[in-house]
Design a protein around this ligand. Sequence first.
Ligand code: ATP
Length: 441
Amino acid sequence: MAPPGVMDKLVSLCKRRGFVFQSSEIYGGLGSVWDYGPLGAELKRNVKDAWWQAMVRGRDDIEGLDAAILMHPKVWEASGHVAGFTDPLVDCKTCKSRFRADQLESAQCPQKPSKHPGEHTACQLTEPRMFNLMFKTFMGPLEEQAAVVYLRPETAQGIYVNYLNVLQSSRQKIPFGIAQIGKAFRNEITPGNFIFRTREFEQMEMQFFVTPGSEDEWFERWRGLRMGWHREIGLTPEKLRWHQHGPGELAHYARAAYDIEYEFPFGWNEIEGIHNRGDYDLSAHQKASGKKLEYFDQAANTRYLPSIVETSAGADRVTLTLLVDAFREEQVEGETRTVLGLHPRMAPIKVAVLPLVNKDRMPETATELFNDLRKRFSSFYDDGGAIGRRYRRQDEVGTPFCVTVDGQTAVDHTVTVRQRDSMTQERIGMEALPAYLSERL
Ligand code: ATP
């Protein structure tokens, strides 16, 4: 496990360098809600783009969707969320804190010395009661029971209720999938660990519709593909593992489920779930809506309700995982160098352009180069301060390449390219630079 304090350092770096800010900070913040600053917005966008490319654009058998957050309240009755999307909650009458009854062993009682809730003699825990995690609001001007709508707690239901629309309009055949990225809301009892567990977050979900009987095979295939994706975006393979849900852990809809877990500084935790859902969802919606949701297999001349294999990841959680995985401090010439060793494809800034000094037409040449590069790569221009300090500033936000315009540039049209990880520099002709960068990004 990483040494304690890494999370504190990362949270402070995220604020200082504009990755993540606390929501409504000037009013004291809002519990476990976070905003993404300029670099965080880029990083999270790169996560979502990489997912969309792997799941939608790069495949013939998956279609994209962008369903609304608000849905007919009957959707959540049929899906089982109104009755069953609950966590067991206990209150402590002494310290007034709330805990998840099933997570007392990993929770901390606020009283000193540090212990788990219930372990101090003064602790007075109530009996667990079930607490629904869905946020409620009202549609229209009247705040009455008939007007209740929910902020969706997952994006999956928008896919199920649109499955026939997508099928018919895209002319896909089973097996095929529908993918979507969007906000979800959960009134978590114990949110925390920065952006790991928040009350508003983004999901990247894909539902794959298959012939009944073939779900186990597809489940295995999707497990392999999804683990592969987390490695491709640069996560350390040794810090990824599988966790299979035991019978007591399985969600109400799942026949089998595996989580992909990552070893965070606060322990192994889920970053993505792969679920074999059978036909639970479509049959529930067929029954509740009275609309036939069967698939007609022309070749076999049969009708059936497809089974579903789901892959469900959190965009914010993957973003946090990338930051944690990339964060390192090293000693260089007696100084601490902070580096985000992000995969170049994920880095918010790909290339920084720096004039060595602010004279001898170096800023003009650098600006020209910057304006050219920014058309193709997320680029940054910096002419402030000593060159060493500017390099360090880029290391700290994960920029893989720094390009410096110096005295030699005017003579032979070359610049230096400095690599973030090795800190080595090489001279490259300015004309060759776009191709050099493309190759390495
Ligand atoms: P957990 O056990 O951590 O509460 P879960 O099993 O309820 O998660 P799923 O419903 O399977 O999670 O959601 C799929 C993914 O959505 C999770 O793997 C995670 O990446 C993300 N996610 C779920 N809840 C949150 C949250 N409160 N904040 C941020 N991301 C979340």
